[in-house]
Design a protein around this ligand. Structure first.
Ligand code: ADP
Ligand code: MG
Length: 758
């Protein structure tokens, strides 16, 4: 009966022995905890029904109970938390009784689920409290309302945003806080009177469409939801303000549609400007980095690249990926690394804010480029280094110019031609080594003196000063010849080029004078020219055509006049004049032909030792009669030691005849005319010096005297000197003519020495 009662009981009944093991577990217990009796039988109770956290305290209670039959829970009714098989927790009321069976303490517990009762109890208590509070609140309401209105007003006015309430039906701003006046300049009572159109006109036209489209979204807006929108609004002074507005539904119509909108707008004009400026700056930096011509690299403390820009990639011929996996050392010339590292250390130690150095980089193809590196550190906010920033500028072109310049300077300095750089006034600023050699004056002597003060005998029409000034005036270079005397008084023939030097603006700032000593060259040239002249057949033919053509046409004219006038009874004297003229022309042609023949006769001279004294004596006797008749005094002297020519005597005689004939021509109508012939022994040569005190020659005549057919005489052939030079050259000698107008002329003939001195 007891068992039946226990099974049917609505409360859970559990019987445990002194060890806490379950001996009985009724139906209600099975239902309450979810475990069947079989599941828990003989096992410790607390493992099934008590939450983990109570296990310790329970075990110590059981231990005491086993020994004494007493415990804090025995004989009492109390509440506790229990746990079901499905782990849900619930409140139970427990009554425990102790019983001694066969000398051991047992316990019987009756458990009741009180969760529901508890819930009801709790809610009752709470509603009671609420009721009490409500009553208290009502007492405070009136004051609270007053306070809260003030509170709201203060908040609204303290708020940095423009707060407003917009009535959708009336299209009016029905409330606005003080910021409306402060930021936009509209008094709240003033703005309340603005109608829809006035308000629309305050909105920037570009922003109107998006504002209007907002209306749709307001209609769908739930309570507490916020719409955010940015637009421009005109203040009372006509200035635009960017507003960032957060709007929400403030009140609704009975049908639930919004009637009023509460908005809170922040003036973000300045922020926008700053944002824009920032964006622009970022864009600028990006542009410089991405598109700029200067290589930029970020590198770590370990010198590995972190980021490189396209300009650097181009400069080095590497791709970005390649460089990103390389280090500074990989692309630097090893000789420059030590200095580079030193400078980086100074940078990292904070001793210098940045550095600059010129260094060589190695391109992918192995070639080197020169670049100017500017290094600095990018630091974080605390000032500790983040990374190394390098700006790399390709200066190969500049380096090349520098190298070229150095090369040029060396070239100028070592040039065989003398170079002088002078200012526009002619003041000498620079002369090179060759100048010293040619002029015989040192650099120090020359610097500061004026180039125009150096004596230059004009070889041509213009004076040095004239061409120097013309070069500055016209900006065109000039080339021509001058005769200068070096420091020792030796006359030199020079070819000079006077050229303007311009600055980068094209202005002439200096003049450079290049002086080339052509004395020797001219001597060689005159020999070559003499040989070549006769080869120049065209030139000779045109001369002959002219020389023979004139007499021929003159004779032809005389004869045809005679023929037509013969019948008409010409006077005897007139016929004579015409015939004489024709005969004169014929003898001139005869002479010319003789000259040309003599040229051919000595085409290949027969060189041999010629004893000087008998040769000169013979020559003297040949001409002396003729010269005496002309009233010319002729003197010959032979220096002791001058014994033999090595020459063709017939050719040499012809040469000397030509020379003295010219001298005789020059001595016509001169007072005390004389010719001095001196024979001087030189090392390896015999000099025949023939001097007259005749009319002399101009520089132009001196220059042209040896040209074929050049003559200043009405009856001249212009072949004498040319033939003389031709013959002398064939005999391995030289011939020069010099002199001064109105004073006289000298001809120097150098003939190789014969006999023992050969
Ligand atoms: P040509 O006697 O037929 O004129 P040359 O070749 O002998 O031709 O001489 C060329 C020119 O050189 C002469 O016309 C003259 O102007 C000049 N010349 C030569 N010798 C003398 C001299 N001793 N004095 C002055 N002028 C001279
Ligand atoms: Mg002559």
């Amino acid at each position: 009966m007891l068992a039946a009662f226990a099974s049917a009981a609505p409360d859970a009944i559990v019987h445990i022995d002194g060890g806490g093991r379950v001996l009985f577990w009724n139906n209600a217990a099975e239902k309450m905890f979810g475990y069947s009796f079989d599941e828990v039988r003989g096992k410790e109770l607390h493992l099934f029904v008590l939450p983990q956290e109570y296990h310790d305290i329970y075990r110590s209670g059981i231990k005491k109970f086993t020994e004494t039959g007493e415990g804090p829970a025995i004989g009492k009714t109390y509440e506790s938390v229990a746990v079901k098989k499905d782990k849900t927790r619930f409140q139970v009321e427990i009554s425990t009784t102790a019983a001694r069976l066969e000398g051991n303490w047992h316990a019987i517990a009756i458990l009741r689920d009180v969760s529901k009762t508890k819930a009801v109890e709790n809610s009752l208590r709470e509603s009671n409290i609420l009721l009490m509070e409500e009553i208290k609140k009502r007492d405070e309401t009136e004051e609270f309302l007053r306070e809260s209105q003030h509170f709201v007003q203060s908040i609204a006015d303290l708020n940095p945003n423009v707060l407003f309430i917009y009535d959708l039906a009336g299209h009016q701003v029905v409330y606005s806080n003080r910021q409306m006046l402060k930021i936009l300049g509209y008094d709240s009572s003033e703005i309340k009177k603005f109608d829809n159109w006035t308000l629309v006109k305050l909105i920037h036209p570009d922003d109107l469409p998006s504002l209007i489209s907002m209306k749709e979204r307001f209609l769908a807006l739930k309570d507490g939801e916020i719409l955010e929108i940015e637009y421009r609004m005109k203040d009372s002074r006509g200035q635009w303000h960017w507003l960032r507005s957060r709007d929400t539904v403030f009140t609704r119509n009975p049908d639930g549609s919004p009637s009023r909108i509460l908005g809170s707008a922040l003036d973000v004009t300045e922020q926008k400007a700053v944002e824009k400026a920032l964006l622009e700056r970022e864009e600028r930096f990006r542009k410089i980095f991405e598109e700029g011509p200067i290589g930029i690299a970020l590198a770590g403390r370990d010198m590995n690249f972190i980021k490189v820009n396209p300009a650097l990639c181009r400069m080095l011929g590497h791709t970005e990926d390649e460089l990103n996996s390389m280090s500074v050392a990989d692309i630097s010339h090893p000789d420059d690394m030590r200095l580079n590292i030193q400078k980086r250390e100074l940078l990292y130690s904070g001793d210098i804010p940045y550095f600059q150095m010129e260094k060589r980089y190695i391109r992918k193809d192995g070639t080197l480029i020169w670049a100017n590196l500017t290094g600095s550190l990018v630091r974080d906010e605390e000032g500790s280094p983040l990374y190394f920033l390098g700006m790399i500028e390709d200066i190969s072109a500049r380096k090349k110019v520098e190298e070229d310049k150095a090369l040029l300077a060396a070239a100028v300095e070592s040039s065989v031609d003398a170079m002088t750089v002078a200012g526009l006034e002619g003041n000498i600023q620079y002369v090179n080594e060759s100048f010293e050699r040619i002029s015989g004056s040192t650099k120090d002597e020359m610097l500061g003196t004026n180039i125009k003060d150096m004596t230059r005998n004009p070889g041509q029409e213009a004076s040095f000063e004239d061409v120097f000034n013309a070069t500055i005036r016209t900006g065109n270079p000039w080339t021509g010849r001058f005769q200068i005397n070096n420091k020792d008084g030796v006359a030199l023939m020079v070819e000079e080029t006077i050229a303007p030097v311009r600055d980068y603006m094209g202005q002439v700032t200096n003049v450079v004078v290049i002086t080339r000593d052509i004395t020797e060259k001219l001597r060689l040239e005159s020999i070559a020219e003499a040989v070549n002249t006769m080869d120049n057949i065209g030139y000779v033919f045109s001369g002959i055509r002219h020389e023979i053509g004139n007499p021929v046409s003159s004779i032809k004219m005389a004869l045809s006049v005679l023929k037509t006038k013969m019948e008409s009874g010409f006077k005897r004297e007139v016929i004579d004049t015409y015939l004489d003229r024709a005969l004169a022309e014929l003898s001139r042609m005869e002479y010319l032909l003789k000259m040309l023949k003599s040229f051919n006769v000595h085409e290949t001279p027969e060189l041999k030792d010629v004893e000087i004294i008998p040769f000169i004596d013979n020559f003297h006797s040949l001409i002396v009669e003729d010269f005496k008749r002309k009233g010319i005094k002729i003197m010959t002297s032979i220096q002791p030691g001058a014994e033999y020519f090595y020459a063709d005597p017939r050719a040499l005689q012809q040469v000397l005849l030509n020379i003295v004939t010219n001298a005789a021509d020059a001595l016509k109508d001169r007072t005390a005319p004389r010719i001095d012939i001196k024979i001087v022994k030189m090392p390896g040569h015999i000099l025949i010096h023939i001097q007259d005190n005749g009319c002399g020659m101009t520089p132009n005549q001196l220059r042209d005297a040896f040209r074929p057919f050049y003559t200043t005489k009405p009856e001249g052939t212009g072949l004498g000197l040319m033939l003389a030079r031709k013959m002398v050259t064939k005999m391995n000698g030289t011939i020069e003519i010099s002199g001064e107008q109105g004073v006289g002329t000298a001809v120097d003939v150098f003939i190789p020495e014969g006999g023992d001195g050969k």
